[in-house]
Design a protein around this ligand. Structure first.
Ligand code: XBP
Ligand code: MG
Length: 252
């Protein structure tokens, strides 16, 4: 089975954006708005189970004050807070606060040189992805990715498979010819639900709980080369049907 495309998650996989960017930006937006909300690392780790910044904000608000969070004005407040958070995240990026994780750039360039197709499948806001690519890979970095599936382009965020299905459709490839690179349980579930084999590279917020069904479970992509990805992908298709999703490695 030939590996034709790499599908990259963004937050936690390309970079440690959650701690270096998103969490800081959320807290600054809260402070600017005069709210006494503060998400420390432990709380944020818990809240990451809810993907999407706007969805996370609303879920948090419902947890601490359900009446206010369900009032008619709440949606506008969440939208404004999130807009400001996105602007602050952009400022952090442009100040060089966020870096690609070790091994990521080498793998991206190796895949490009070998003619592999690459795409992004993320729940984060599209402008965050554009700017992350600009500041870490330069304007030429955009040529690496044939499709960018991000944020609200699909209604249901990870762990729903929608963003992966959207990207597969753009690439015109079957799921089993792709490999997803993910850092989280929700991300892995999304890719698997779309039938895409997943290689897990744990990030700061992944935790230690087992994440079933991944081709391997790494602490980092440092030192991982394309030949290794091809071996993992090939091995996924050799597994007995009982140990993998039926649609993951259809032959033909
Ligand atoms: C991770 C997320 C995102 C970010 C915040 O996405 O859940 O919601 O935490 O981004 P992934 P926004 O791992 O799929 O890249 O505030 O822009 O939604
Ligand atoms: Mg992620």
């Amino acid at each position: 089975m030939t590996l034709r495309a790499l599908l990259w998650d963004v937050d936690g996989t390309l970079a440690e954006t959650e701690d270096e960017g998103h969490r800081i930006a959320f807290n600054r937006a809260f402070a600017e708005a005069g709210l006494n909300w503060h998400w420390d690392g432990a709380l944020y780790g818990e809240l990451l189970a809810i993907t999407g910044g706007k969805e996370r904000l609303l879920a948090w608000w419902r947890r601490i004050d359900p009446t206010a969070a369900d009032a008619p004005a709440a949606a506008d407040m969440v939208r404004r807070l999130h807009e400001r958070k996105t602007a602050i995240y952009g400022e952090l990026l442009s100040r060089g606060a966020i870096h690609l994780r070790p091994g990521v750039q080498a793998l991206l360039l190796q895949a490009q040189a070998a003619g592999l197709r690459q795409a992004i499948a993320t729940t984060t806001t599209a402008e965050n992805v554009t700017q992350l690519i600009d500041v870490t890979l330069g304007p030429g970095g955009h040529r690496l990715f044939e499709a960018v599936g991000a944020g609200d382009v699909v209604p249901a965020k990870k762990p729903a498979p929608d963003i992966y299905l959207w990207v597969l459709e753009r690439l015109g490839l079957p799921a089993h010819e792709c490999l997803a690179l993910e850092d989280s349980a929700v991300g892995a579930r999304a890719a698997q639900a779309a039938g895409v084999p997943v290689l897990l590279a744990r990030s700061r917020y992944t935790g230690n709980a087992a994440i079933p069904g991944c081709l391997d479970d790494l602490a980092s992509l440092e030192g991982v080369d394309l030949a290794a990805l091809q071996r993992w992908h090939a091995a996924a298709c050799e597994r007995p049907a009982s140990t993998r999703k039926a649609d993951m490695c259809r032959r033909g």
